[in-house]
Design a protein around this ligand. Structure first.
Ligand code: FAD
Length: 475
């Protein structure tokens, strides 16, 4: 039996695919990162099957890439070193909803859309939901640091994870958090250090996540949105910092900020004749959720805080864009459709709130220095700090190599502006290697857990055999 046959020896043959046509859509995710070519696709249904695949792959040194929905923009699922793609979409069961413990436990292939549907009748929700909810999987979100709805209240996906079940690269299965002792998820921390965190944001490099336990929260009974315009990013940063330090985001489920170019583009697309006395230099959109009197109370506190930082209500942005973005699923599909017409390279980074103006200066510099692409920038406002997305629209047929190089230069520029790589995959791998002590420690952990480097070679710049070159610095 050859190595490939051996790897899937314990898997139902109906869930093993070798035909290159079947493998075509598994070459890449939504990113600008080069596709890879696997030779085998396996769709497991249990951690025992994954354990068998990894044990056998470890013996032959065959690369294995875990894949959720492939909606990430960092190339994490791209099988750069060939080998096997583990498609986790068939592991899509909700294992347990325990309202007394306040925890839901799911398999990694569960999509946020189905999870939300199942929790809604119980008046419950999970803390963080990415905007790709209809397709994105919980396993992908855990492995790639999701954020989005809930970030203003809860921060990021990792903060909402109670514990995990993980298959290690040698096939051993472990539980983390309180479940490590008696199999029950109720506390993230307990015995010794936090092993859960080792796999969150791991991009599949240290283990394959086979179950995720998440905190449950009451579904907000009342929702409303509001937008505020600021003269510039400095004033907006002051406002956001005050909002965060006074914890006024406790009833805000989503909050984001937009720079001048995006504001004008969105408003004029909907209202071509709109001509205000002055356009805001920055706009903050807030999506509130909670008990109505509490939301109304916070709304008035926030309006006063905004006024103290030079803000004025900016209802037109709410009317033509923000409210639809938050309330209509179809809006997100339209957005995704735009991606397929051209393509969009996205780099996500995290930054401290006072660094907002520097982040926006970087976006502006990219606009000026890389005129072949349409650049945009937006921030997700978290309980603390910000996540800043830089977008570059390009034509995949004619501009791909240039878009890859420009994205690498954008990554270097963001790091120089004090931003931290977020959603790393392969897109940030070169930069991650620059953070020497951190990266060396991670590489030591990788080496001890996965000495033959079978899991996700190329991700996080961790494998010696698949190093990613550091991008040139000048944009
Ligand atoms: C238009 C658009 C909008 C987006 N908006 C958001 C947003 O609002 N918030 C946000 O956070 N993201 C957003 N994203 C990115 C993406 O949708 C999310 O990060 C999502 O959580 C990824 O889930 P996935 O199932 O597609 O993961 P995948 O792309 O399949 O995988 C992501 C990474 O996790 C690894 N992985 C997957 N499953 C496992 C597992 N079980 N065990 C170990 N490793 C695993 C993969 O190897 C890969 O490295 C957006 C993307 C697009 C295209």
């Amino acid at each position: 039996m050859n190595a490939q046959e051996d790897i899937c020896a314990e898997i139902d043959p109906a869930r093993v695919f070798r035909n290159q046509l079947d493998l075509l859509t598994y070459q890449r995710d939504c990113s600008v990162v080069a596709p890879g070519a696997a030779t085998l696709l396996v769709r497991p249904t249990s951690s025992a099957e994954i354990s068998s695949v990894l044990r056998r792959a470890q013996a032959s040194g065959t690369p294995v890439y875990a894949r959720g929905a492939g909606t990430m923009y960092a190339g994490g699922v791209n099988p750069a070193a060939g080998g096997v793609v583990l498609d986790l979409s068939a592991m899509d069961r909700i294992l347990e909803i325990d309202q007394a413990r306040g925890v839901v436990v799911v398999e990694p292939g569960v999509r946020f859309g189905s999870l939300s549907q199942a929790l809604k009748p119980l008046g419950l929700t999970v803390g963080i939901i990415p905007s790709t909810a209809p397709t994105a999987t919980v396993g992908g979100a855990a492995s790639a640091h999701a954020l989005g709805t809930g970030s203003a209240r809860h921060q990021s996906f990792a903060d909402e994870v109670v514990g995990l079940q993980v298959v290690l690269p040698d096939g051993r299965v472990i539980e983390t958090g309180s479940a490590a002792a008696h199999g029950k998820h109720f506390h993230r921390f307990g015995m010794g250090p936090d092993l859960t965190g080792l796999f969150l944001g791991g991009d599949g490099t240290l283990g394959v996540i086979t179950a995720i336990a998440l905190w449950l929260h009451p579904l907000p009974e009342f929702r409303t949105t509001a937008c505020y315009g600021f003269p510039d990013a400095h004033k907006a940063a002051g406002f956001i910092a005050a909002l965060q330090s006074r914890e006024l985001t406790r009833n805000v489920w989503y909050a984001s900020g937009y720079e001048a170019g995006t504001i004008k583009g969105r408003v004029l697309a909907a209202r071509p004749g709109y001509a205000p006395d002055a356009w805001p230099g920055f706009c903050v959109g807030l999506d509130f959720g909670g008990e109505e009197p509490l939301v109304q109370h916070d709304l008035s506190l926030i309006a006063n805080l905004g006024a103290a930082h030079g803000a004025t209500p900016f209802p037109i942005f709410d009317e033509v864009y923000f409210r639809h973005l938050r309330n209509e699923e179809i809006y997100w599909y339209g957005y995704a459709g735009y991606f397929s017409r051209s393509r969009c390279a996205i780099l996500m980074s995290s930054l401290a709130t006072p660094d907002l103006p520097r982040f926006l200066d970087s976006v502006q510099a990219l606009r000026e220095n890389e005129p072949d692409f349409l650049w945009g920038g937006a921030v997700v406002i978290c309980r603390r700090g910000l996540h800043g997305g830089v977008l570059a629209f390009y034509d995949e047929e004619t501009q791909w190599p240039e878009a890859q190089a420009a994205t690498a230069r954008a990554a270097a520029r963001l790091v120089e502006a004090g931003c931290t790589p977020y959603k790393t995959g392969k897109i940030w791998a070169g930069e991650l290697q620059e953070f020497t002590a951190y990266h060396q420690t991670l590489a030591q952990l990788k080496h001890s857990l996965d000495p033959r480097e079978i899991l996700s070679p190329g991700n996080l710049g961790l494998s010696r055999s698949h190093q990613t070159a550091r991008p040139e610095r000048k944009a």
